[in-house]
Design a protein around this ligand. Structure first.
Ligand code: PMP
Length: 423
């Protein structure tokens, strides 16, 4: 295989790990779908800011103003990266999970929610159960759109509705027909939120072009460090909702009433849902990662990733015991995320062997998408644990799968070692 372009330098790129067979090997991080290694460039940007570290918002000092500018400029940079509309609000959160929970708290009173059973638990679970319609796993992108259209048309009464959908599956890596789902939602008077946790790190995203009402993603999957996320989109539901957290920063004015109680006037911009001292460094790091990806160029990054995907697919195709998991077919377009089972192998043992004998870090389990993985495995067993699964007894079907995932920082050697280890 030939490298299409050099991978971007990432943290942990030089770490070696011991092997049970003796000696050491460079660690091959192939678990980007869980958390991608932060870009060295992001780390350097954060370090360059360190001497100017100061309190943010409301501080009168020079460094406070610098921090405030940094935070607000990060907001603008991320909004640009997502190609948001001028009227959209961008709220810094802790993660995709946090972003979707925030939106769930901002639903109008009689809003119905439509969500495919195939979603990550972060998109599946935040919604009030009594208001959710769970849609069966589609087997083609077209079927996804038709299923949604039918469900939306059947809803009664015809009140507000929200569709929540992933852009790229964290299990199969498959791309979902977001633009078509958004059009279907809008045609039926519903709104749509895009879970871009797996899409945004691998693919250019335009809120405007996709015509989604909100988007959510996590910094730690987009080559920034842990601890920050984003919810961006239409302001109206967000401004009408009670603040996600009550506290300083979210309140414009607090007064005592004559009866002794307290009256609060909440902000109507992003600050409404950002109470408390914000994660300035986290926001700055996300903005830095967005800039680094844009500067590297999406054509280059997508070409690099396609090349890696091809290496993995062709390599795994040579192993007859490997079954790749997919909803839309093995050849469906996907990002650098791929799950599989190996006939005759317990997935947990397989993943442990990749680590211990080859220094390769993948993931095994149900990937916080239990209904989807169970559908893909054809297993009717009840999964246990948060992201893991019970072990299959000898001769039983696999109860969990192995996931390999990679991206802008992955050298050829890592995926080549993975393929030869599986072989
Ligand atoms: N949605 C998808 C598609 C994901 O893959 C993940 C993380 N695995 C999440 C949401 C949740 O992200 P976080 O853990 O950063 O909140």
């Amino acid at each position: 295989a030939q490298t299409v372009c050099a991978p971007l330098p990432v943290l942990g790129g030089d770490v070696t790990v011991p092997l049970v067979t003796g000696g050491e090997v460079a660690y091959a991080a192939l678990d980007y779908a869980a958390s991608a290694p932060a870009l060295q460039r992001v780390w350097d940007d954060v370090a360059a800011y360190a001497p100017y570290y100061g309190s943010v918002h409301r501080g009168a000092g020079y460094l406070s103003q610098l921090s405030t500018d940094l935070f607000e400029n990060a907001r603008l940079a991320v909004a640009r990266f997502l190609d948001c509309r001028e009227t959209d609000q961008l709220i810094f959160t802790r993660s995709t999970t946090d972003s979707l929970n925030l939106l769930a708290r901002a639903l109008p009173a009689d809003c119905r929610v439509f969500v495919f059973e195939t979603e990550h638990h972060a998109s599946l679970l935040p919604w009030p159960d009594a208001r959710v319609t769970y849609l069966d796993a589609p087997r083609t992108p077209r079927q996804a759109v038709e299923t949604l259209e039918r469900a939306l048309a059947d809803r009664a009464p015809h009140g507000p509705a929200l569709v929540c959908v992933t852009g790229a599956s964290n299990v199969t890596g498959e791309l979902w027909p977001v633009r078509e789902l958004a059009a279907a939602a809008h045609a039926h008077g519903a709104r749509i939120v895009l879970d871009a946790a797996q899409l945004a790190p691998h693919h250019p995203v335009s809120v405007r072009d996709l015509d989604v009402d909100w988007i959510a993603f996590s910094g730690h999957k987009l080559y920034a460090p842990f601890g920050s996320g984003v919810l961006a989109g239409r302001a109206d539901w967000l401004v009408a909702a009670e603040p996600y957290l009550a506290g300083g920063g979210a309140s414009r004015q607090v007064t005592r009433r004559a009866d002794g109680s307290v009256a609060v006037e909440w902000h109507e911009n992003a600050a409404r849902h950002e109470a408390g001292s914000p994660n300035v460094i986290g926001a700055y790091a996300v903005a830095s990662a967005c800039k680094a990806l844009t500067e590297a160029g999406w054509d280059t990054l997508v070409a690099l990733e396609r090349h890696l995907i091809r290496t993995v697919r062709e390599g795994l195709a040579e192993v007859p015991e490997v079954r790749i998991l997919s909803l839309f077919g093995d050849d469906a377009p996907r990002v650098g995320v791929l799950s599989f089972v190996v006939e005759g192998w317990n997935s947990s043992h397989f993943a442990a062997a990749l680590s211990a004998e080859y220094g390769i870090g993948v993931r095994d389990g149900l990937f916080c998408a239990h209904p989807l993985v169970r559908t893909l495995l054809g297993a009717d067993h009840q999964a246990q644990g948060t992201c893991g699964a019970p072990e299959a007894a000898p001769g039983e079907k696999s109860l969990n799968a192995i996931r390999v995932s990679f991206g802008a920082g992955t050298p050829d050697e890592h995926v080549e070692r993975f393929v030869s280890a599986v072989r």
